[in-house]
Structure formats: C-alpha cells, structure tokens
Design a binder for this molecule. Structure first.
Ligand SMILES: Cc1cc2nc3c(=O)[nH]c(=O)nc-3n(C[C@H](O)[C@H](O)[C@H](O)COP(=O)(O)O)c2cc1C
Length: 314
C-alpha cells in the first residue's frame, strides 16, 4: 500500500511520533532512544548552550538515526545556529517562539523540511504564507512555554485543519494511543509528546521530577505568568503556588531550572509539565512508550473502522 502520511514522508521514521524539543532535556540520550524506537528524536537549542547543542547534533549525525532540530527563533542570539543547522546535514527542523518568515527560505534552500509550532489559527495562516512545509499545532494542555490565550488541542486542531492544507503534527495533551487516535480524527498526521518523554527512562532529568509527574493528577499543573512573558504551564508546588497567587513570575524564576532538572530540587524553579501528568502513571522506556502508543492507536482505529463499516455507534 502506498504511504500517504505526509508527516512520515517528511520525517523519514517508522512512526509519525515526534519527541518534543525541551531545553537541556531534548539531547542525544533521549533523542537517540526515541529514534531507535521508531519515532523522531529532536535536539533542542533553547538552552542557549550553542556549543553543547552543536555537539549533540554531531552525536546524532554520527549515530545515523533520523532526527530533527528545534530553533526557538526569539531565543537565538544570532544566526550562528541557523547557519550551523543549514550546513549540518539535518533534514527536519521545527521552529518555534517567533515568526519563522526569515528562517523558512534559508532552511528549505539547504534541503531541510520546516515545521513551525503554532498556538492559534492566525499564526498558522502566517506560517503558510511564509511557505512553511507543515505545522506543529500546540494546544494549551501542553507543558512549557504557552500562549496566554489558552486554546485546547481539541479545538485548535479542528480550527487550523479547517483553514490550511499543510500537514499537521498535534502537540499538547497527548501521551498515548488514545490521544494519537483523537488527534488523527481531528486532522493531524503526526503527534509530538513532551511530558510523556520527560518522564521516560532515558530522559536525563532527576528521578524526583519523573516521580512528581507520575504522582500528579490531571489538575496537577497550572498556567503561570499569563500577563507577562514567558507564560508557562508547570507542576503545582509551593513555589508555583506563590507565583500563581502573585499573578506574575519574577524574571529570574527559571534561573534554577537545571537544579530542578538534574539535582531534583523540585522547588528550585517551576517544573514545566503538561496536563498529561494526570494520565502518566509509570516511568517507561522510549521503546515501551512508542510501542504502547502505536498498539493502542491501532486498537482504537480498528474499533472505529468496525463501527464505520457497520454504520453503528457501538
Ligand atoms: C519540561 C518541558 C520543557 C520544555 N521546554 C521547551 C523548550 O525549551 N522549547 C520549546 O519550544 N518547547 C518546550 N516545551 C514544550 C514542548 O516542546 C511540547 O510542545 C509540549 O511538551 C507538548 O505538550 P505535552 O507536554 O502535553 O506533551 C517543553 C515542555 C516540557 C514538558
């Protein structure tokens, strides 16, 4: 059967499952585990650690696995990382945080497929005008930096699908085959998972962080700093309770993020995480996550197919 999934054609993997870019976390230890398991590992550059990120890209290239790179436009100090990526042999880039207009052409001229992460229909339309190859549609359920005008993945996917023809990768609130099947029903051809992979066995973060995610309920996160920037979704904690009550986040609130990520000090900074923490109840390997997601996706779509064939609601 001829493959018609455009995301798969673009990312060159076995499954249309992408590991989200996450500062310091989305490096070769995690990305290689995801790519080996048939998904697409993505290397971050949002940490701003240019030399370390270049070394991580070189490591992934040396492994010969498919992978992508994220360029968070607003956080790039200059065009050094853009130039490096264009010359690196990378085939797939996601851009985020800012307008991709100036990035699309140089990346495409270097033979790279470019998807941009969008939180609204207006942003999606601008990207299509700029010649983007596809979109990462990021709903408000997701962890990390957020648009303060929260639109759920459920609504955002439908709204964007109705207006644009480019392939869509759904992100925010997806951590298993149920979420994947739902995203496909709404018009996505791929999914991206952040929180699910932060809590994976191969994720480099401290076990305290993984356990906090496993133990949290679906109500265990909140969106902070909606009236300023960055607006983020993170786990509830004493520290984030204070920020929530205050309504504003001190400018240095994320300064301790590496102590949180790697030393396990859960009060050192807001612990970025999405609402799927309420669905994640064990630490799994990247392989288990991807195998379980794919198996559940096909169980659900098979059931749906039977319903359609019988013209029955079950
Ligand atoms: C711990 C964590 C760190 C993140 N850091 C970044 C980042 O540095 N850059 C970025 O573009 N997105 C970042 N994100 C957002 C993810 O790329 C992704 O869009 C989001 O996690 C998807 O939603 P999910 O958490 O429900 O899977 C982060 C998310 C998490 C959970």
């Amino acid at each position: 059967m001829t493959a018609t999934n455009r995301v798969l054609a673009h990312i060159g993997t076995r499954y249309p499952i992408v590991q989200a870019p996450m500062g310091w976390i989305a490096r070769s230890q995690l990305a290689s585990a995801v790519s080996r398991a048939g998904g697409l590992g993505v290397i971050e550059t949002s940490s701003g650690e240019t030399e370390n990120c270049k070394a991580e890209i070189a490591k992934m290239t040396a492994l010969g696995l498919p992978f992508g790179v994220n360029l968070p436009i607003r956080f790039l100090k200059d065009d050094a990382m853009l130039r490096f990526v264009c010359d690196s042999g990378v085939r797939f880039v996601t851009t985020s945080a800012g307008s991709p207009a100036k990035f699309v052409k140089p990346l495409q001229d270097a033979g790279i497929t470019v998807y941009h992460a969008v939180p609204t229909v207006d942003a999606a339309l601008k990207c299509v005008d700029a010649g983007i190859d596809g979109l990462v549609v990021e709903g408000a359920e997701g962890g990390g930096f957020k648009n303060p005008e929260e639109v759920s993945t459920l609504v955002l996917l439908q709204a964007i699908r109705a207006k644009v023809d480019v392939p869509l990768i759904a992100a925010g609130g997806i951590c298993d085959g149920r979420g994947m099947a739902a995203a496909f029903a709404l018009g996505a051809e791929g999914i991206q998972m952040g929180s699910r992979f932060v809590s994976s066995a191969e994720s480099p973060v401290h076990v305290n962080y993984k356990n906090a995610m496993v133990n949290a309920k679906e109500t265990g996160t909140w969106v902070l700093n909606k009236k300023s920037t960055p607006c983020i979704r993170s786990l509830k904690s004493q520290r984030t309770q204070a920020i929530y009550d205050e309504g504003l986040m001190p400018p240095d609130a994320l300064a301790g993020i590496q102590r949180l990520y790697f030393d396990g000090d859960m009060e050192a900074a807001p612990a970025l995480a999405g609402q799927t923490v309420g669905l994640i109840d064990e630490i799994k390997t990247a392989q288990q996550i991807i195998d379980d997601t794919v198996a559940q996706f096909f169980e659900i779509t098979a059931r749906m197919g039977r319903l359609a064939q019988a013209r029955s609601f079950g």
